[in-house]
Design a protein around this ligand. Structure first.
Ligand SMILES: *[C@@H]1O[C@H](CO)[C@@H](O)[C@H](O)[C@H]1NC(C)=O
Length: 343
């Protein structure tokens, strides 16, 4: 894919001032809310984490509603439904078009944000509208109040809920046999783990079939420091100090970053997992986590699975929630091609 010549590589990304301001604001909010003793000042963070309500009134042809999976742990998802099929898809399918389902896990280092966080709400609506898909954005529990494996359990239980209820909460034209699991950052890590769990231990899904995994800048790590982690110390969004904090908040107390949830490469690969689906990995040239993400792509590829690496040399970690960045639209175009190919 797009190769980056180190001679042409700038030291810092050039971003529109509005994007820079937003990224800086969010980063400061996270830094001020995460305490050195490993807890999160939720009151402070919620103050800056703007939430969006669901909307029964279509916005860009998409309505949304919140559906409870398990009230005892506040597990729910936001469902995005298309009200107006695009001319292309309705003509092609003669009126009874069935739409693929994207199950999405938001990022935030396992510890921040939620399915109703405004930038994620906007992003999921955009996915539904531009990909002509049903989108399910899962509100999993957060660390450190809930550590590993709570997030993976919530993710898996949501898939099970969708399968057991046979799409009863979904519009009739949702096609659970064309399901794509997607996530960004920590959500990309969750997407991998839940896909692995669904492909390994629980082949008994009746209806739900995972046709692809879309990992957008997935959050993986380990004790090792990679070249990109050491080099990109002064870029917007993430750095080693922040990601180390996130791992400490998420992983079981006493474990290091070589824990299997972070360093998946230390364990068995997916070559023996027959059902592990085609995988697409997105990487940004200004993301300190990119070496781990490329390793993920290679790890899937070497295991004999269909894998794609898409690299945006100028992209920072989290670029996709900023529609003003050109890579944000390129990402959606790539996702569309991947979903069409694997439907
Ligand atoms: C962490 O620090 C906060 C604020 O100083 C305090 O309220 C909280 O009890 C501390 N938690 C732990 C587990 O030490």
């Amino acid at each position: 894919m797009a190769g980056v010549d180190s001679a042409t590589r700038a030291a810092t990304p050039s971003l529109p001032w509005k994007t820079k301001l937003l990224v800086t604001g969010l980063t400061i909010a996270i830094d001020c809310s995460r305490r050195s003793n490993g807890t999160v000042n939720r009151r402070l963070f919620n103050f800056v984490d703007a939430k969006a309500p669901p909307s029964t009134k279509p916005i860009n042809g998409v309505t949304s509603s919140d559906i409870t999976v398990d009230p005892s742990r506040n597990l729910w998802f936001r469902l995005y439904t298309i009200t107006r099929l695009s001319a292309a898809s309705s003509a092609a399918d003669d009126g009874d078009a069935k739409l693929p389902v994207i199950v999405f896990f938001h990022g935030g280092g396992f510890a921040f944000f939620s399915a109703d966080t405004k930038p994620f709400d906007d992003f999921c609506r955009r996915l539904a509208s531009e990909l002509q898909a049903i989108v399910i954005s899962v509100n999993y529990r957060l660390a450190p109040e809930h550590r590993f494996p709570s997030q993976f359990d919530d993710a898996f239980d949501t898939l099970k809920f969708l399968d057991v209820n046979d799409g009863v909460h979904l519009p009739q034209y949702a096609d659970l046999s064309r399901c794509f699991v997607a996530g960004d950052s920590a959500g990309g890590n969750i997407a991998h783990h839940v896909t692995l769990r669904a492909s390994t231990n629980h082949p008994e899904f009746k209806k739900l079939k995972i046709c692809g995994l879309i990992a957008v800048q997935p959050f993986f790590g380990g004790e090792e420091r990679t070249e990109s982690e050491l080099r990109l110390t002064n870029v917007p969004s993430v750095n080693v100090e922040r990601t180390d904090w996130m791992w400490r908040a998420f992983l079981p107390e006493g474990s290091d970053r070589n824990h299997e949830a972070a360093n998946i490469f230390s364990g068995r690969d997916v070559s023996g997992v027959e059902k592990y689906p085609a995988t697409m990995v997105f990487v940004g040239g200004f993301d300190p986590l990119q070496d781990w993400q490329k390793r993920f792509y290679e790890w899937v590829n070497k295991a004999g699975k269909e894998a794609y690496l898409v690299e945006y040399p100028h992209a920072i970690h989290g670029f996709y929630v900023f529609p003003e960045l050109p890579e944000s639209s390129l990402l959606i175009t790539e996702m569309r091609g991947f979903i069409q190919k694997h439907s």
